[in-house]
Design a protein around this ligand. Sequence first.
Ligand code: C5P
Length: 326
Amino acid sequence: MDSLRIPPSLSVLAPAKLNLFLHINGRREDGYHELQSLFQPVDLFDTLRFEHEACSTRQPDDVAIHLRLDPSSPVSLPAEASEHDKRSNLAFRAAELLRQHQIRMKGEDPLANAELHITLTKVIPVGAGLGGGSSDAASTLLTLNRLWNLKLPLKNLCSLGLQLGADVPFFLYQSACLAEGIGEVLTPLKLAQEHFLLIHPGCHISTPAIFGHQALTRDTPKRKIAPALRDELTASLSPLWSSKMFGNDCETVVRFQHPEVNDIFDWASAEGQTCRLTGTGSTVFIPCGPVANPESASLANRLAQKLPSAYNSRLVSGLTSGSHKL
Ligand code: C5P
């Protein structure tokens, strides 16, 4: 980067994701789970604003990156209360990781003569299986790679992203993907654009608590997808994933531990609808059909109107591409 140039300001969107299915195939020695999952980005977004401010007098130990939560955010981050917790935010950590990578590899500090201010407008519910934190981290890596003119290829960004979380590489792809390994082995694929009704019970679920539950690996049938089915899934635009062959292996544990999630499943079933959990929850989604068919949105709206008021719902649709360029 030209050390005299102060990078411009930019606002970007960070989408949520759904796990259209999530199969757990085993547990590695380091505690992470081997999985197969179909990730679909959807049009529910956090916004991140990146602003650089000229600064010539910073001492080596002074903080160069600042993160603030936009007070108008509809979703609050209780953990954002103190300066210490701000530093554990994934967008902050992504910016610092990329900066330190550049210092190590090139001996250049992208913030040698500037401070970076990140403002996060949080819309994606936290602890909801929608990947908001991971998406914020991926958007930060993609945006700063461009603003700092680093030109790191996707492969390098993915290995940095994986240090921040198993879902971060998926968000760097900006496409629906079949995820394998612990989530980092990715095959991008095209899916028909569908509407989904998201139903959020208002509770937060801790991912490590669900993945750490003994029953998860003990009781789930191993349903590693056979190669022929895997090929069909990645080649076809049809919603093959919605068949009964696929599901979310976390569902039993989450429904047992969180009655409010279980109640959504019971309600959907009484309405004659099938629904699934995304990730380790707590959001449940009902696939409502192709975006191209006006009936899909009507169905979603009818269901949303009937939903008990204790739950929040939102109609979203699958995204086919992202806005970041590498
Ligand atoms: O990688 P990330 O920090 O997002 O993961 C949160 C937690 O979820 C991990 O600490 C781990 O307990 C669990 N996890 C897992 N297997 C995966 C992904 C996440 O066990 N494939």
